[in-house]
Design a protein around this ligand. Structure first.
Ligand code: GDP
Length: 485
């Protein structure tokens, strides 16, 4: 969703980097471009202005020191990154569990914002953390809402408290209160109360939400908002803040073509943290919100931590540990790893969504590849890799013409496809090496790979980290493989 914003940020940085010595006017110019990019992305005017003013003030103040530096644009990039993290809410915030269970979480928001869907995702998430959530169907207004929550609960394999059929029948306040009592009685440690929304903000909606709030005394009220509604998201958030109050925000439909303005404005304007994001209709399309990771994505630095965490969930423990150890030791990424990852990724859902978390995913060339990504490709690729011998998978450089023909015949694919896979794998391997060595990815500001805030995950520098070290390369592929391996 941040594609256009990322592209414009990248342009502003590229212009700055090409300046040679950066002067005060160059910073003004970059800030002007950033301001325009933010407004184009539907960021609220007040937020865009205060962001740009802060970046300008800090960059101008740093200028005397920067004049001595050889890496001026990188220092300014770091300031923009920090300010972006700050408007996205600073440190990540999680649900505070009540001292005396159950922890009551109330979801509020407009109809269609994605509350019911999110209720299921939250329940699924908490269950995976070892909690014992209960869903409470207190949206008795929207047609089919109770039924939908029951279906979601079944999918998430969590119980639902749904004594009323809904569709306009029943007292939602009583259902919410009884639901919490039921959870206490049955020792559920978390209760998630789904409430009704309206198509627009109105008094009746606010009154019902307030009455439910007062009846169940929630530990956390989460305001659920559709990121696609642009500037309206901020207005709606403000209305809910004034009317019901809330502790945190869940942004939904981040997979859509929203321009990102809501994400950037809401935390700042409401002074409430974004806690969760929803990126699709399935239970798994859900993420905890990390301001630093979102800033990385917006700046085109990718979200390696989230990717690594999702990979960890899909890989069995051994595979993940093995891969981390390999990376830490500076070992190379082989076709065997590629195949293992691919098999695990099939478990994780959409490949293009995952690849979208890689650094540079929003850069023109990579974006085009992602758009053209054919999910059936995984099956074909798997067939090709499985037709290789273990030594070919470890050492693709030994794949001469006759071996490629044998693999093509064995997998039922063409030699051209085998060649294309080997080429793509080599490119991926090269990129992995660059990332591991902290180098920058083509199309990104110089040094971005180094300056990305990383806390754990797969990316660890090898012990003898020497970025950009030029080596003479042997013309003999086997020897070169040895030199590079
Ligand atoms: P509610 O009225 O607030 O309970 O909203 P629902 O949970 O019923 O969601 C409204 C519609 O949006 C449904 O069709 C959902 O499948 C869809 N939806 C919810 N969250 C997302 C999301 O993150 N991405 C996409 N693409 N669709 C979503």
């Amino acid at each position: 969703m941040f594609d256009s914003l990322t592209g414009k940020f990248a342009n502003a940085f590229t212009a700055l980097r090409n300046r040679g010595r950066i002067g005060s006017g160059d910073i003004d110019e970059m800030c002007g471009e950033i301001r325009k990019a933010l407004l184009d992305a539907d960021v609220a005017l007040a937020v865009a202005e205060s962001f740009v003013a802060k970046v300008n003030e800090r960059a101008q103040a740093a200028l005397p020191d920067l004049r001595q530096s050889t890496n001026q644009s990188q220092a300014i990039f770091a300031i923009v990154n920090e300010e972006l993290i700050s408007i996205l809410g600073g440190a990540a915030r999680r649900i505070r569990l009540a001292k005396n269970p159950p922890t009551v979480i109330m979801l509020a928001g407009l109809q269609g914002s994605g509350k019911t869907t999110l209720a299921g995702k939250l329940a699924h998430y908490f269950k995976s953390q070892g909690d014992t959530p209960l869903l409470v169907a207190a949206d008795l207004q929207r047609p089919n809402a109770v039924n939908q929550l029951s279906v979601v609960a079944t999918n998430a394999k969590v119980p639902v408290f749904a004594p009323e059929v809904g569709n306009g029948v029943g007292d939602p306040i009583k259902v919410a209160r009884d639901g919490v009592a039921f959870a206490r009685e049955k020792f559920h440690n978390i209760v998630i109360v789904d409430t009704a929304g309206r198509l627009g903000v109105d008094i009746e909606l606010m009154n019902e939400a307030k009455a439910i709030r007062d009846a169940v005394n929630p530990d956390e009220i989460i305001f659920v908002v559709d990121a696609m509604i642009g500037q309206d998201a901020v207005r709606t958030a403000q209305a809910f803040l004034d009317g019901v109050g809330f502790d945190g925000v869940a942004l939904t439909k981040l997979d859509g073509d929203a321009k990102g303005g809501a994400a950037l404005s809401i935390a700042k304007i409401t002074a409430r943290p974004i806690m969760f994001v929803s990126t699709g209709e399935k239970l798994q399309d859900f993420d905890l919100f990390y301001p630093d990771r979102m800033a990385s994505r917006i700046l085109g630095m990718g979200d390696i931590q989230s990717l690594a965490e999702q990979a960890k969930q899909a890989f069995d423990g051994d595979t993940a540990a093995k891969l981390e150890a390999k990376f830490a030791e500076g070992d190379d990424f082989t076709l065997e790893d590629f195949l293992e990852q691919m098999q695990a990724m099939k478990k994780m859902g959409s490949m293009s969504k995952l690849l979208g978390m890689l650094p540079g995913a929003n850069s023109g060339a990579m974006k085009k590849q992602l758009e053209n990504f054919d999910e059936g490709e995984i099956v074909r690729t798997q067939a090709i890799v499985q037709s290789m011998t273990p030594s070919e998978r470890r050492e693709p450089k030994i794949l001469n013409g006759s071996r490629r023909l044998r693999i093509a015949n064995g997998s039922g694919r063409s030699v051209k496809e085998v060649n294309s896979l080997v080429d793509r794998f080599s490119a991926a391997q090269k990129m992995m090496r660059t990332m591991r060595n902290g180098g920058s990815i083509p199309g990104l500001p110089v040094g971005v790979g180094n300056s990305a805030p990383q806390s754990g995950g797969l990316r660890k520098p090898p012990p003898n980290n020497l970025p950009n070290k030029k080596k003479s390369r042997s013309g003999n592929p086997a020897k070169r493989a040895q030199e590079e391996g």
